[in-house]
Design a protein around this ligand. Structure first.
Ligand SMILES: C[S@@+](CC[C@H](N)C(=O)[O-])C[C@H]1O[C@@H](n2cnc3c(N)ncnc32)[C@H](O)[C@@H]1O
Length: 265
């Protein structure tokens, strides 16, 4: 794996990376969109914050070369395993361990499609960092290349629940370990900054047996469609559309996602 240092992820980081994939046992439904966009643009493809390779690996299996950048080595370790299990004959996935905000790949300026999927932009929890991330996307695209950024648009009722109360998320079996996982979230929304402080508590174990508890803490800065539009224009991108769903329905009041698509000139 290129550009990966020698530091081994710890037990907690590995557990949280595995539990990230348990979160996504419930398919968010975005893969077909990226496959369709990749057919339209061709490759190579860049994914910033690509995690465990949920999107990058099937994109490569469909024949595209993909570069996946992530700062979390435990996530990359899982992506590496997915890559090892890929059938021969598709494209390749290059894994890059880096903070995406520091990214300047030798192949910058060559990507046909570059994207930040599934609320990953929120994790860069200040406006300046989010704006810089979109600049990194723009700088890595070839002229005419397509940038995509996908974020959730919470409703007022969602935000009202983000007052620190515990919210039951799910109880499901981890297909990898066979252990029962229970997830509870507590979120607090600061409306002056748009930042949600999210604590996720996972308990896993045999049904009726002792459990192990893992805690993940994230700060998420919410971004609306207008702000996405402004940030991408600031990065020199030309906005083609902001869709309101993975089927590319037009954004409308009540849309629960904003999916920005913008071109580098
Ligand atoms: C919500 S996960 C999404 C993973 C993947 N895109 C998907 O849709 O399955 C966000 C990922 O972004 C990564 N990430 C967060 N901040 C980052 C940064 N500054 N640089 C690189 N990766 C980052 C996290 O490590 C995590 O793997």
């Amino acid at each position: 794996m290129p550009e990966r240092g020698s530091a081994e992820p710890g037990r907690e980081a590995r557990a949280l990376a595995r539990l990230y994939d348990v979160d996504l046992v419930e398919d968010p439904g975005d893969l077909d969109l990226y496959l369709a966009l990749a057919r339209r643009t061709g490759g190579p493809i860049l994914e910033l914050g690509g995690g465990t390779g949920r999107l990058a690996v099937p994109l490569a299996e469909s024949g595209h070369d993909v570069t996946l950048v992530d700062v979390d080595r435990a996530m990359l370790e899982r992506a590496d395993r997915r890559i090892a299990a890929m059938p021969a004959g598709g494209g390749r996935v290059d894994l890059v361990a880096a903070d995406l905000l520091d990214l300047r790949l030798p192949s910058a300026g060559s990507f046909a499609l570059a994207f930040i999927a599934l609320n990953t932009l929120f994790l860069l929890a200040t406006r300046d960092r989010q704006r810089a991330a979109i600049q990194v996307l723009a700088d890595h695209l070839a002229p005419g290349g397509l940038a995509v950024v996908d974020v959730w648009l919470p409703e007022v009722d969602d935000l009202a629940r983000f007052d620190g109360r515990m919210i039951f998320e799910y109880e499901r079996v981890d297909p990898e370990t066979g252990l029962l996982v229970t997830k509870v979230d507590a979120a607090r929304h600061d409306q002056t900054t748009g930042v949600v402080e999210l604590t996720s508590v996972f308990e896993e174990g045999e049904p009726g047996g002792t459990t192990v508890r893992w805690v993940r803490r994230d700060a998420l800065r919410l971004v609306g469609a207008d702000e996405l539009r402004v940030m991408s224009a600031e990065a020199g991108l030309i906005v083609e559309t902001i869709a309101g769903s993975y089927d590319l329905d037009p954004l409308h009041p009540g849309s629960d996602r904003a999916i920005l698509m913008a071109r580098r000139t």
